[in-house]
Design a protein around this ligand. Structure first.
Ligand SMILES: Nc1ncnc2c1ncn2[C@@H]1O[C@H](COP(=O)(O)OP(=O)(O)OP(=O)(O)O)[C@@H](O)[C@H]1O
Length: 265
C-alpha cells in the first residue's frame, strides 16, 4: 500500500525527517509516536503529498506519490487534523457534502446522488439530529465527529490522522477512536495516525512507528515498542508498563519523581 525508500525531508538546516525505509500493508493501522519535534507531522505531510521528499521516494498504491494529481490523491487519501474543522457557518450536512468534492465533475455534480451515503454516515456518527446546525455552534466533540463524517464521505483507502483526539475529553477521545475502528472494520481502510496518547495507540493500532530526532527508533507491535527502556531512551522519562486488565495491551503509567511522593507523605 505504502512504501518509503530513503524518504526524508529537510527544511533549510533542519533535517526534519532522516531518510526512512518503511512499509505499510493494506488494512493496517499504524500509530506514529515520538516526542515533540521528532518528525511525525513531517512524515504525514510526505504521505499526503502536501510536501515533496527532499530525498528518496514515497510510493502509494504502486505509484510515486509525486506522479498523482491533487484530485487523484484526494480520491484515495483523506487527512484529518487535530482540529478537524475550522469554525464555519456551513452546516454539518454541507461539510459532509464537501467531502465528495474529489468525485464531482466540473459542474460540481456527481454521476450518483450522494445523499444516501451521507445519510448513512450521519446515522453511524449520530449526526442526523445535528445535520442542519452550523458547525460553529457545535461542541468540540460534535465538530470532530463532523470532521470524521467529511473524511468518511470521501471514501478514501488511506486515512491519515494527525493527533485527532488532542482537544477531546476522555469520553470523546474513546468515542472517536471507536468510530474510526468501526469504520475500518466495515471498509478495510488503511490508517496512519500520529498520537501522543500512548495508551490509546496501544489499544487501537496494530503497529507503532517510533520516531526520535527525525529517525526511526523502532517499528512493530505495541507490546514490543512500548517498553520501559525504549520510552526512557526516547522520551527521557521513567514509566511503568502494565498490561491492560481487559485486553492485555501495554499501558503506560507515568512515574513522578520521588520528590512528589515525599510531598504527600
Ligand atoms: N515548515 C517547516 N520549516 C522549518 N522547519 C520545520 C518545518 N516543519 C517542521 N520543521 C522542523 O522539523 C522538525 C520536526 O517537526 P515536526 O512538526 O515534523 O515534528 P512533530 O514530531 O510533528 O512535533 P509535534 O509533536 O510537536 O507536533 C522540528 O525541528 C521542526 O521545527
Amino acid at each position: 500500500m505504502i512504501t518509503l525508500e530513503g524518504a526524508g525531508r529537510r527544511y533549510g538546516e533542519v533535517m526534519a525527517l532522516q531518510p526512512l525505509d518503511w512499509q505499510v500493508q493494506a488494512g493496517e493501522w499504524w500509530g506514529v509516536i515520538g516526542p515533540n519535534g521528532s518528525g511525525k507531522s513531517t512524515l504525514l505531510q510526505l504521505l499526503s503529498g502536501v510536501e515533496a521528499p527532499s530525498c528518496g521516494t514515497v510510493t502509494v498504491a504502486g505509484r510515486n506519490i509525486r506522479k498523482h494529481s491533487r484530485k487523484e490523491l484526494a480520491r484515495f487519501i483523506a487527512v484529518l487534523q487535530q482540529e478537524g474543522l475550522p469554525a464555519t457557518s456551513f452546516t454539518v450536512r454541507e461539510v459532509l457534502e464537501m467531502g465528495r468534492y474529489p468525485f464531482q465533475g466540473w459542474l460540481g455534480r456527481e454521476p450518483h446522488d450522494p445523499a444516501p451515503l451521507l445519510d448513512s454516515i450521519m446515522e453511524k456518527l449520530d449526526l442526523l439530529v445535528l445535520q442542519n446546525r452550523p458547525v460553529d455552534e457545535l461542541s468540540g466533540g460534535q465538530r470532530q465527529r463532523t470532521a470524521l463524517g467529511k473524511v468518511m464521505a470521501q471514501q478514501p483507502t488511506l486515512l491519515l490522522l494527525d493527533e485527532p483526539t488532542t482537544y477531546l475529553d476522555i469520553r470523546y477521545q474513546l468515542q472517536f477512536m471507536e468510530m474510526v475502528s468501526q469504520w475500518r472494520q466495515e471498509s478495510g481502510i488503511t490508517i496512519i495516525s500520529v498520537l501522543h496518547d500512548l495508551n490509546l495507540a496501544a489499544q487501537f493500532c496494530d503497529k507503532l512507528l517510533l520516531l526520535q530526532d527525525g529517525r526511526a527508533a523502532g517499528a512493530g507491535p505495541p507490546q514490543d515498542m512500548l517498553t520501559e527502556e525504549r520510552l526512557r531512551e526516547i522520551f527521557g522519562v521513567d514509566t511503568s508498563i502494565v498490561s491492560h486488565p481487559s485486553n492485555g495491551s501495554p499501558q503506560v503509567l507515568l512515574t513522578a519523581s520521588p520528590r512528589e511522593a515525599q510531598k504527600r507523605e
